[in-house]
Write a protein that binds this ligand. Structure first.
Ligand code: ADP
Ligand code: G6P
Length: 737
């Protein structure tokens, strides 16, 4: 039976050995806590690192370790101390983590750790290969394993692979600084589906793919070889029910059932009934802005001294990655800050900050969430931040105020919280004041909207959405990519070609017979092309047509002296046997006056773009523009034009980095069919690379051999990769072999 393989560096539990016995403690962090709920409910195997190095693991405990992990549906990848240092403490957490969170100055670029990152990723990929069948679905998680999808794809080309990044994907300007940027992108592109928490991360990723790899991206599909990779955003949810029900159970506990922590919290609440508790929970990580928060707290108490003795900040910082120097420095900084602020502001009856540096059991986490009046979660940069969602889920009476950083991914879905910029102390101080004084009805109103959303889009729904999208993508991939025109197929085509009585061959020009050039006039035919075309055109019973969107002046200059048949401007003009061009369609051109100024304004605002004026159409070229910006403008222009031409008989053709406006009754499909109906052809062939050629592919008769150059979505039956392959086909036609 097909199963889901979850693969991440962290497993749901971390193993520890003390006095020869193994214990499993739950992992912290959004990935492990979120996926745990998904994993426990389904048929999946979770592969990851146990938390122990080979050196820490006595051989005689190996099988016990395997059993302990098997209890959690998990299986281990073994890592040596050197590998953990280079892969985990090194490349993952000293290079990628800071860089992707915009802490450029913390990012170290070291070749040795990159080499270890690669070899450890290979170990994870091998573990997947050892544990999967072809029909299993593989779901790879997070920045530690970005090369794994490609490594698995190489060995299992047809397996379904999804990848989810739990941290931000930075803007191109940041990402480009990574020496191994292309390798990382290629690694990720081994997937069928790549998921991010937010649309911004998705947008940044697509921009890097376009700029660094030069791949064709259409909306959120990336075309690579014979695959289409989908990129989408899926904001991760929480196990809402688990948090909500735990909170309800806590509310019903009598004194004897309460935890020590809860009793202590209650005592303080009772002694100062109007005091407010602020809660801050994070892993101890510089991205979480804990030090900033402490400084902001001090600023707040100075700005609003009336709250002295009336508020208390509970800080829970969970130890994390403590072998990385930046984390050690941060720990020191926070210890000192807490000491200093408490030293300066405490009174006999009041300690402003309670600081816990430890991991806490789930039960205590719920105590804190349910007791604190205000959750203050203000990371400097955070992929998602699940703690914010967990806090809201535990507020069973709907009271409580969430102050959340705009820089957290979750801010996108939690508009009803109080959103702040973590660098703006003035705003933070005022927001804390507002939170303290927020009427209960307002709190309940806000939280009730938030709770509904979190309950609906919970972690299960998130995982299902991702999985369904992955399966659909695989299905789509199978159906809309045509077959490669292999040597065998080409041999069959040639048999038909040789034995047929009357042949019709349509050849598109740009992107098919010749490669694109930044200046269209430079993409001239070369001698080899002339020679091939001469030979085909000279064959008996063969009608060869060049069919193009180009203007008739250019084609007259390039080909008229050869006497080839030509259809230009998408079918407005035709020239047969070297005769002058005549009109194939009656078309109007009075609309041009209206459209030209619109295109002018786009040229003014889009450096590198230009207008090509043809006799019966206008084309806006954007090949020379910045790729992202050009694409954005093209979408904008499309919207503008669609409303402008609604009542005219015009259509907009989206070609390869060009948008063309022309009469609706003109297209290559119509033109090719008119030629086809002139004789009794028993062999029809059409080849082209872009959207405008799709009309031919669709309209020519069923038995026509239609070929797309490139691997985008197409109605053609076959595809080839590039113009060189086209020349090979022409060569075979020319030699008739
Ligand atoms: P990150 O993934 O960067 O650590 P998130 O806020 O997305 O940040 O996820 C943190 C997860 O770790 C939450 O699910 C939270 O419940 C859990 N967690 C946070 N603090 C503790 C703690 N002290 N003990 C146990 N689990 C914790
Ligand atoms: C973030 C990352 C996870 C990671 C977690 C805890 O949530 O996205 O991949 O597991 O932090 O960090 P750690 O280094 O302890 O695994």
């Amino acid at each position: 039976m097909a199963k889901t393989i979850i693969i991440s560096n962290r497993l749901p539990v971390q193993l520890q050995i003390s006095n020869g016995t193994i214990s499993a403690i739950p992992s912290v962090g959004g990935l492990a806590t979120g996926m745990k709920s998904v994993h426990s409910g389904g048929d999946s195997l979770w592969i990851g690192w146990s938390g122990l190095t080979d050196e820490e693991t006595p051989e005689e405990l190996e099988s016990q370790i395997d059993n302990a992990l098997a209890e959690h549906g998990s299986s281990k990848v073994k890592l040596t101390q050197k590998e953990v240092d280079g892969f985990y403490y090194g490349f993952s957490n000293r290079t990628v983590w800071p860089l992707f969170h915009y802490f450029l100055e913390y990012s170290e670029f070291e070749w040795e750790s990159w080499e270890i990152y690669k070899s450890v990723n290979q170990k994870f990929a091998d573990a997947i290969l050892d544990n999967t069948n072809n029909d299993d679905v593989i779901w790879v998680h997070d920045y530690q394993l970005m090369l794994v999808p490609q490594m698995v794809r190489e060995k299992r080309p047809n397996v379904s692979i999804g990848f989810f990044l739990h941290i931000p994907f930075p803007s191109f300007e940041i990402f480009r600084t990574l020496p191994w940027r292309k390798e990382i992108l290629s690694g990720l592109l081994g997937s069928d589906l790549i998921g991010f928490h937010t649309y911004d991360y998705e947008r940044h990723f697509l921009s890097s793919v376009r700029r660094l790899l030069g791949l064709e991206v259409s909306f959120n599909d990336i075309y690579l070889d014979d695959r289409v990779i989908k990129v989408d955003s899926f904001p991760m949810g929480i196990d809402y029910k688990k948090f909500n029900e735990a909170a309800m159970e806590h509310a019903q506990r009598d004194e004897s059932q309460k935890s020590e922590l809860q009793k202590r919290l209650d005592t303080h609440k009772e002694s100062t009934p109007d005091a407010k508790f602020f809660l801050s929970i994070d892993r101890l990580d510089y991205t979480k802005g804990i030090a900033k928060r402490l400084n902001a707290f001090e600023y707040f108490l100075n700005k609003y001294p009336q709250y002295k003795e009336k508020v208390r900040l509970i800080i829970l910082a969970v130890p994390s990655r403590s072998n990385v120097p930046q984390y050690q420095l941060l720990k020191k900084e926070i210890d000192e800050l807490v000491g200093r602020i408490n030293g300066e502001l405490s009174t006999v009856s009041w300690t402003p900050i309670w600081y816990f540096y430890r991991s806490m059991p789930f039960d205590n986490l719920i105590d804190l969430y349910t007791t604190c009046d205000i959750a203050w979660l203000t990371p400097i940069r955070d992929g998602m931040n699940l703690v914010a969602k967990e806090y809201i889920a535990t507020r069973t009476d709907k009271t409580g105020v969430l102050i959340l950083s705009e820089m957290a991914g979750s801010a996108n879905e939690m508009n009803e919280s109080l959103l702040i910029n973590p660098n703006n102390f003035e705003q933070i101080a005022d927001t804390l004041d507002r939170a303290i004084n927020m009427p209960q009805e307002e709190q309940q109103q806000r939280n009730s909207v938030l709770q509904k959303r979190l309950e609906r889009y919970n972690v299960e729904k998130w995982a299902n959405d991702f999985m369904n999208s992955l399966l659909n993508q695989k299905e789509k991939d199978r159906t809309y990519i045509s077959r490669r025109l292999s040597v065998d197929l080409m041999n069959t085509v040639m048999k038909k070609y040789v034995s047929s009585k009357k042949r019709l061959v349509f050849l598109d020009y740009d992107g098919t017979l010749a490669d694109f050039h930044k200046d269209p006039q430079m993409a001239k035919p070369d001698e080899q092309l002339y020679k091939l075309l001469d030979e085909i055109a000279a064959q008996e019973n063969t009608d060869m047509y060049l069919i193009s969107g180009r203007d008739k002046e250019t084609f007259t200059k390039w080909f008229m002296h050869k006497g080839y048949n030509m259809i230009v401007e998408h079918g407005v003009w035709i020239s047969q046997n070297g005769e002058d061009f005549r009109m194939l369609e009656k078309v109007k051109k009075d609309w041009m006056e209206k459209i030209h100024p619109v295109l002018d304004s786009f040229v003014d605002r889009t450096p590198g773009s230009f207008i090509e004026e043809k006799n019966y159409s206008l084309a806006w070229h954007y090949r020379k523009t910045d790729p992202d910006f050009g694409q954005k403008r093209a979408v904008e222009l499309n919207t503008v034009l669609t409303s402008l031409i609604a009542n005219d008989d015009l259509s907009v053709l989206n070609g390869n980095k060009v948008m063309e406006i022309k009469s609706s009754n003109v297209n290559k499909g119509r033109a090719s069919m008119r030629v086809f109906s002139e004789h009794d052809y028993d062999f029809v062939f059409a080849i082209g690379d872009d959207w405008t050629d799709e009309f031919m592919f669709q309209e020519l008769p069923e038995d026509a051999i239609t070929v797309k150059v490139g691997r985008q979505k197409t109605h053609a039956k076959y595809f080839v990769d590039n113009t060189k392959n086209v020349r090979d086909i022409l060569g075979r036609f020319a030699d008739m072999h």
